[in-house]
Design a binder for this molecule. Structure first.
Ligand code: SF4
Length: 463
């Protein structure tokens, strides 16, 4: 197996060097590091009261921050604990938050999308999971028809048949498993050992229980990963046949996430090797009939995500990619983000503060980002590129009543440069990304990001 990426990836060494820079992941625009601190709970309540009447389905995101063990690579907002009692108090505050926020959303709005993320949502025991669903059902209109998307992130080490059956009973029809890599040496290096046999048994049970969609999360750029090992991991992934695969580029930021220093004794793959790993994963999945979705997702062609891409309704959000079902997402729990048409609001990160604010019946928020017209325009451009890999200027002109070529004069000069480098095809009225551009998508999006010079150290490398 060759060590070099060059036979798979057309980027020259100079291009890799030029574009291996820090950049946001564009799960939102403006990126989350531009959310303003000191959000006011009262002002948020006023906003919710006064915003234009919003109709249509709702999306709920519930964050369960607890984990039993630490995975060294982790960049999530989590609390590692073996204290099982911690969840009960958390649910007490969460119930207050659910009640408080539900007051601002009319009862007729159906919850078509529900996602439990973490942390480890299955840190909650069966009684706690039931309690949480009951709270949500009391204050929001949950639905039971087939097209609902109720999903939960599952750590394969924390679930058994009993919980799986319970999740079906509670209405979940989608499961996402944190796989990362099947290679034992990689798993030991990242402190997350979970055998293929155990995962294969779990996958069999998930399919028997009739979940509509099974998704795997993988990470490349981890210690001990080689092209050879990743090919073997991908053979196992394909054998298990998940409906979706999310492939994440490991974000090494030990200054922000101290557990990552535990991997200091290992060499991390360099930028060229990471690109080769990403390319190996892509080849395996495309070869097995999956469709590439945006910058880091893959789906079977019959999956809703692939259909949303074909219909032009694919969206990028804090969970990655999503079908376009809701204009508003209500974030519940520690650090959860709510999305409205012209605003993001983020909950507090500190557990004690979360309890304190809800103890005083206050919204547990700490950050906000109000979008002006220019932000909304640029968000549209960035999300179109990130989802569709193309951008039609006429469509933007119609939607925002602008002259794209005039408005984005300086950005188009940079697009011309990127065209010469083979990242995209530029015409009089469109941008279309090439295969190389797809891999450097974050760099292309960054050209349209007005905020990029600020706090760039917060961001991970693009490659
Ligand atoms: S990767 Fe998941 S399970 Fe591991 S520490 Fe992070 S949030 Fe917890």
């Amino acid at each position: 197996m060759p060590a070099s990426a060059c036979s798979y990836f057309p980027a020259t060494h100079d291009l890799i060097k030029k574009y291996d820079v820090q950049s946001p992941r564009y799960t939102s625009y403006p990126p989350a590091n531009h959310f303003r601190d000191n959000a006011s709970p009262t002002e948020y309540q006023n906003y919710l009261n006064q915003r234009p009447t919003t109709v249509g389905p709702l999306s709920l995101y519930v964050h369960i921050p607890f984990c039993r063990d630490i995975c060294f690579y982790c960049a999530c907002n989590k609390i590692v604990t073996r204290d099982k009692n911690i969840a009960s108090r958390y649910l007490h505050s969460l119930e207050k938050e659910i009640k408080l926020k539900s007051l601002f959303f009319t009862e007729s709005r159906q919850v078509k999308q529900l996602h439990f993320g973490g942390g480890t949502p299955t840190f909650l025991n069966p009684a706690e999971l039931m309690r949480l669903m009951r709270m949500l059902a009391t204050h929001f209109q949950l639905v039971d028809y087939d097209s609902r998307e109720y999903s939960i992130e599952v750590d394969p080490r924390t679930i058994d048949e009993e919980v799986l059956a319970l999740l079906v009973g509670l209405g979940f029809n989608r499961i996402s498993l944190g796989i990362q890599d099947f290679d034992l040496q990689v798993q030991e290096a990242i402190n997350r050992v979970q055998s293929y046999e155990m995962v294969a048994g779990l996958v069999k049970s998930i399919k028997q229980h009739g979940f509509k969609s099974l998704s795997f999360d993988l990470i490349y750029g981890l210690p001990m990963q080689t092209e050879e090992s990743i090919v073997q991991t991908m053979d196992k992934v394909i054998k298990l046949s998940p409906d979706r695969v999310s492939v994440y580029n490991y974000a090494h930021m030990p200054a922000r996430f101290s557990s990552q220093r535990q991997m200091d004794r290992y060499l991390l793959p360099n930028a060229e090797t990471k690109l080769a790993l990403a390319q190996r994963i892509r080849q395996s999945l495309l070869g097995a009939g999956y469709q590439g979705i945006g910058m880091d997702h893959y789906a079977k062609t019959t999956d809703e995500l692939a259909l949303a891409l074909q219909q032009g309704t694919l969206q990028r959000n804090f969970q990655g990619y999503s079908t376009n079902m809701s204009l508003e997402t209500i974030g519940l729990g520690l650090s959860a983000i709510s999305t409205h048409a012209d605003r993001y609001t983020q909950n507090v990160h500190d557990l004690a503060r979360y309890h304190e604010l809800l103890g005083n019946d206050q919204m547990p928020i700490e950050k906000v980002c109000e979008l002006n017209r220019e932000d909304i325009l640029r968000r549209y451009v960035i999300m179109a590129l990130a989802c569709q890999m193309t951008l039609n200027f006429g469509e933007v002109n119609k939607r925002f009543n602008i002259d794209f070529v005039q408005h984005f004069k300086s950005e188009l000069v940079q697009m011309e440069q990127m065209e010469q480098e083979g990242l995209l095809d530029l015409s009089a009225d469109s941008i279309a990304l090439t295969e190389l551009g797809r891999q450097l998508l974050r760099n292309i999006c960054m050209v349209f990001d007005q905020y990029k010079p600020l706090d760039i150290a917060y961001c991970s490398k693009t490659i």
